[in-house]
Design a protein around this ligand. Structure first.
Ligand code: FES
Length: 178
């Protein structure tokens, strides 16, 4: 009995220590989880890093505009005439020389970021009635840059061609951008 009494305060102290330790662990645990959580990319950020696009419904001659990482991407289903125009070029005439072959994976499909390389306006030419510029691609009305059917800069103040984003064909009718 005497030893029980002597042990009682110690047991009580152990219990309190254990409880305090457990509470501390819970506190640390709950602090660590948000920290680790904040180090993982948010699900919506991951979703935005790639975009899959069904291209089966883009008729020949039409362009679909999709958003990728907050930017407009033009997916143009080129006509045979537009492809021929894109290929028929003297590279010496280009400010940003690139062959059409360097810019496409399948010649009927052109995929470009639709942001003018001058000061960032969105060029026109995707909808009927909009000006396509002197080279039948796109026209940026902000300061008059003309892009051809390969999205290359042909006239105006823009310094570069419309950029080609990273993309791949997942099938004949589905592409993944990013
Ligand atoms: S932003 Fe397109 S020409 Fe200036």
């Amino acid at each position: 009995m005497a030893s029980d009494k002597k042990d009682e305060p110690k047991s009580r102290r152990d219990f309190l220590n254990l409880t305090a330790g457990a509470m501390g662990a819970v506190g640390i645990g709950s602090a660590v989880v948000p920290l680790i959580d904040s180090m993982n990319p948010a699900a919506d950020t991951l979703a935005m890093s790639t975009t899959e696009v069904d291209i089966s419904n883009i008729a020949v001659g039409e362009t679909k505009v999709v958003k990728w990482q907050g930017k407009p991407v033009f997916i143009k289903h080129r006509t045979a005439e537009e492809i021929a125009e894109a290929k028929d070029i003297n590279l010496d005439d280009l400010r940003d020389p690139q062959t059409d072959t360097e810019r496409v994976q399948k010649e009927q499909w052109l995929v470009v970021i639709g942001i003018c390389t001058h000061l960032g306006c969105i060029p026109q030419g995707n909808k009927s009635g909009q000006p396509k510029g002197d080279f039948e691609g796109w026209f940026c009305p902000c300061h008059g840059s003309h892009y051809d059917t390969s999205g290359r800069l042909r006239a105006g103040p823009a310094p570069k061609n419309l950029p080609v984003p990273p993309y791949s064909f997942l099938s004949d009718t589905l592409i993944r951008i990013g």
